[in-house]
Design a protein around this ligand. Structure first.
Ligand code: NI
Length: 150
């Protein structure tokens, strides 16, 4: 953290009560840390919204491996976009369900397009992309490691 600046803000007391309940539920012990996290979250959202922003993130997918062709299709789409995939991890949740988590890295628009394709595949029941921007710029890494367990 840089030099700390103290600021005072005026808040509606009802809004402050709601805020205190919200941060209480989330386990914050002081308001300053909660404010800092909210501000960072909004700033990260704004940064990842720029199509050229280099982001890192995860794509979480739930699918039924018995659904015809879904496993092959997921592998195919990932290979077509291998430059965006840092690693993948797979868990067999039960007899039918699989959970796959991909760590992704690349330009925000490309990553989003890739995630939409995976999530939209027939047989994928639920998926979500989370993108973030590290505080310091990311070096471009090649020679990605794939952990593929199936
Ligand atoms: Ni599986």
């Amino acid at each position: 953290m840089g030099v700390l600046s103290r600021i005072g803000i005026a808040l509606d007391s009802e809004l402050l009560k709601r805020f205190d309940r919200y941060i209480g539920r989330r386990g914050y012990t002081n308001r300053s840390e909660a404010f800092r996290d909210l501000i960072r979250d909004r700033l990260v959202n704004e940064q990842t919204a720029a199509p050229d922003a280099v982001v890192v993130g995860t794509v979480t997918l739930i699918f039924d491996h018995q659904e015809h062709g879904v496993t092959e299709k997921l592998t195919e789409v990932q290979h077509e976009n291998h430059e965006l995939v840092v690693s993948t991890s797979h868990a067999h949740l039960d007899h039918d369900s699989c959970l796959e988590v991909l760590i992704v890295h690349g330009k925000s628009a490309k990553v989003e397009q890739f995630a939409d394709r995976l999530i939209g595949l027939k047989g994928v029941q639920h998926g979500r992309l989370v993108m973030t921007v590290p505080a310091h710029p990311i070096e471009h890494k090649h020679g990605h490691k794939h952990i593929h367990k199936h």
